[in-house]
Structures are given as structure tokens and as C-alpha cells.
Design a protein around this ligand. Structure first.
Ligand SMILES: Cc1cc2nc3c(=O)[nH]c(=O)nc-3n(C[C@H](O)[C@H](O)[C@H](O)COP(=O)(O)O)c2cc1C
Length: 362
């Protein structure tokens, strides 16, 4: 997430000269090897999809810090998505709010893949925090969002500034319709500027917080090799940055990533975006957070289908003291907002890693 300046600061040429090209490759793994790995993860759902394929599609969902805080339990004509507390991020997400939003994102992917593969069903959040998906066998049918599951990504890059046609904005608004959830799209530049300033203020506070940075660094993956080995975390290549050997990544991150440079990068990214979407639920509880995740996943899959990129900019939600100002700014004073995203037209970056289905099945 925050590695662009690491690479600039380290100076790739000098490091390459020291390590030698072959030594470098063996330390980081190759980009080609990483591409083959992500292609396999994102292979189309087979005609006779099995449970492992459904789980694979569910895990391609967005999730906070890519910790993948879920496990899956197979039942008769059912799958339960269970929260995995060992993959929580207590510093940035002390009440597991984003953990449950992440489960909701995975649940929506599961329901789409289930319906497409002849297992249409319903999702029901349970009191213990799990989500029960129960289906009745049926004929497979065309699910318009299925293809986008494997192509969706959080694209933390500069977009091209083009605005989005009104019909596509309407399609996004419709896609995010979910009982108990509201979503607002901001396209007014003055309003987006004020969101940008809050994102920058939140980012600045987080980067000056040693506990936040320690938690974040635990989930950074500097090389394709480590991204593939763990199958989780924030891989630097997925932000468009060259890979580093793991031994250099951490020290380089500490030495060169500054709050000022990152604040500037976020500001430029938001300035280049066509709009900002803000999600919030009518109530603050796990079932509503799951519903927000479901709505957001439908929004991002629809955006992907429309050729749009998106990236999360949740800093003014994660930094609690900034929440009220953001809520007032978007016309929802007193509400706790759940997610903030920017969207627009931009490049495709390398995809982020995932753990295999076998690793998340109970
Ligand atoms: C609840 C939630 C919160 C997130 N917060 C942020 C965030 O604050 N900043 C960010 O860059 N990405 C954020 N993300 C995006 C994840 O980091 C991303 O989904 C994950 O790394 C997997 O990558 P992918 O979306 O490209 O598959 C968030 C995603 C979710 C679902």
C-alpha cells in the first residue's frame, strides 16, 4: 500500500548491482511466476464447479489488509463463512467492524458463484458472527457479475480524470441497493476535495502512529515469493511497484516511506478520480456490517463490468475522531460511516494474492 517511495528511495540499479541479477531473481521470485500464480487463482469457474471452486471465488473478495479473516465450513447444501479472529487487525479495526464488512464481501461473491453454478441460495448472518449460505440445487444460469469476480481489484493508481456517464452512475447506485444500507456517490469536485483533505489528515495520523505502522508492516509482502508463500497480505507489485527482496523491503520501508510523500500520493490519486462512494448502514451491528460488505462488493463488481477501477480510502473512518466531520460532509450527520472508495478509469495492476481453498476450509 505504501511502498511507491520505498522503491524510488532504494534505487533499484544500485541494489541490482550489489545482489546480481540472478541473486535478485532468486530472492524475490519472478514476475512471470507470480502472474501464473494469480491466473490460476482467478481461473474461470468450471462448468461443473465443485465446493472448492465456490470457496475460491468467495475468497477473491475485497478484504481489509488482505488478511482474509475467514474460514469456510461445508454442510449439506450449505456453506458457513466463519470469522477467523487470528486474522483480525485490532489496531486499525478495534471492534472488527471491517472484518465483518470483509465477510460480507466474500458472502456476496459466494452467492453469485453459487447461483451461477446451480446452487442458488440465501445468505443469513448468525448470532455467532458466521454467515450461513443455504442453497437448493437448480439449473446453472447466467450471473451478470460472475465474470467480474476474477477481474475486480483494488487499483491504487493514478486514474485519468475522466468523468463517468450518468447512466453508469445510476447502474452503480442500483448495484449497491441492499436493505439497511445506504450509498452516496459524490462527483462534485468541491465535495471530493473536502473528502481528500480528510483522507490526508487520516493518513497523516496513521503514519505517525507506531502501533498502526507495526500492524500494517506485518501484512506487507515485498516480493512475489513471499506473496505466493503466504497467499495473503499487501503485495507491493499489486500497487504497481517493483518487487524488493524481503530482507530489504522492511528496512527500506522504514527509511523511505514518509507521511508527507504518502499524503501527497493520496491527494493526487483522489484528484485523478471521477468520484467517491460512501457506504453506511442504518444500524451499527455485525449483520448490518455484513450487508454493507455485500452492497459494496456488488458496487465494485458492477464498476469492474463498466470498465471502472476503484480503491478504498477509509482513513477518515479508521481514525475515529475524523468520522463525524466526514458524516456531516456527506449529509449523514450522526451516522457511523462504513466505507469510502474512489472510482474512475485507470490501469490494471498485478492482482493480489490469496490462500488456496484448502487452506480456508475447516
Ligand atoms: C472493509 C475493507 C476495508 C479496506 N480498507 C482499505 C484501506 O483503508 N486502504 C486500502 O488501500 N485498501 C483497503 N481495502 C482494500 C483491501 O486492502 C483489498 O481488498 C485487499 O488488499 C485485497 O486486494 P483486492 O481488493 O485487489 O483483491 C479494504 C477492503 C475492505 C473490504
Amino acid at each position: 500500500m505504501k511502498r511507491r517511495h520505498v522503491v524510488a528511495g532504494v534505487g533499484g540499479v544500485a541494489v541490482l548491482a550489489g545482489a546480481g541479477i540472478l541473486g535478485w531473481r532468486s530472492q524475490v521470485g519472478t514476475r512471470g511466476g507470480y502472474e501464473a500464480y494469480t491466473e490460476q487463482l482467478r481461473a474461470p469457474l468450471p462448468a461443473q464447479a465443485g465446493i472448492a471452486d465456490l470457496v475460491r471465488y468467495a475468497t477473491l473478495a475485497a478484504n481489509s489488509h488482505n488478511t482474509q479473516p475467514w474460514r469456510f465450513r461445508v454442510g449439506e447444501h450449505s456453506l458457513d463463512i466463519l470469522p477467523d479472529p487470528s486474522r483480525a487487525t485490532p489496531v486499525v479495526d478495534p471492534d472488527d467492524h471491517h472484518l465483518y464488512v470483509s465477510l460480507g464481501c466474500a458472502a456476496e461473491n459466494l452467492a453469485i458463484a453459487g447461483a451461477a453454478s446451480g446452487r442458488p441460495g440465501t445468505l443469513a448472518p448468525q448470532a455467532d458472527g458466521s454467515i450461513h449460505y443455504a442453497w437448493s440445487p437448480a439449473r446453472s444460469h447466467h450471473e451478470p457479475l460472475l465474470a467480474a469476480i476474477a477481474r475486480r481489484q483494488s487499483t491504487r493508481a493514478l486514474y485519468d480524470g475522466r468523468s463517468v456517464p450518468a447512466t453508469d452512475l445510476e447502474a452503480l447506485q442500483l448495484a449497491a441497493r441492499m436493505p439497511g444500507v445506504r450509498m452516496l456517490i459524490l462527483t462534485d469536485r468541491a465535495q471530493i476535495d473536502r473528502v481528500r483533505d480528510l483522507v490526508v489528515a487520516g493518513n497523516d495520523a496513521q503514519m505517525r502512529d507506531p502501533a498502526f505502522m507495526a500492524e500494517l508492516e506485518a501484512w506487507l509482502r515485498f516480493s512475489p515469493r513471499s506473496a505466493m508463500a503466504t497467499g495473503d497480505g499487501l503485495y507491493s507489485g499489486a500497487t504497481g511497484n517493483p518487487a524488493l527482496p524481503d530482507v530489504l523491503g522492511g528496512p527500506a520501508f522504514d527509511a523511505f516511506v514518509t507521511a508527507e510523500a504518502e499524503n501527497d500520493r493520496y491527494a493526487r490519486h483522489i484528484d485523478s478520480s471521477a468520484g467517491v462512494a460512501v457506504f453506511f448502514a442504518e444500524r451499527e451491528d455485525r449483520a448490518h456490517w455484513v450487508a454493507v460488505g455485500r452492497a459494496c462488493q456488488r458496487f465494485t463488481l458492477t464498476a469492474t463490468t463498466l470498465g471502472l477501477k476503484h480503491a478504498y480510502i477509509n482513513q477518515p473512518i479508521e481514525v475515529a475522531r475524523l468520522r463525524p466531520e466526514l458524516a456531516t460532509l456527506v449529509g449523514a450527520p450522526g451516522m457511523r460511516l462504513d466505507l469510502v472508495l474512489r472510482f474512475g478509469y485507470g490501469p490494471t495492476l498485478p492482482y493480489s494474492p490469496r490462500r488456496p481453498a484448502a487452506a480456508v476450509l475447516v
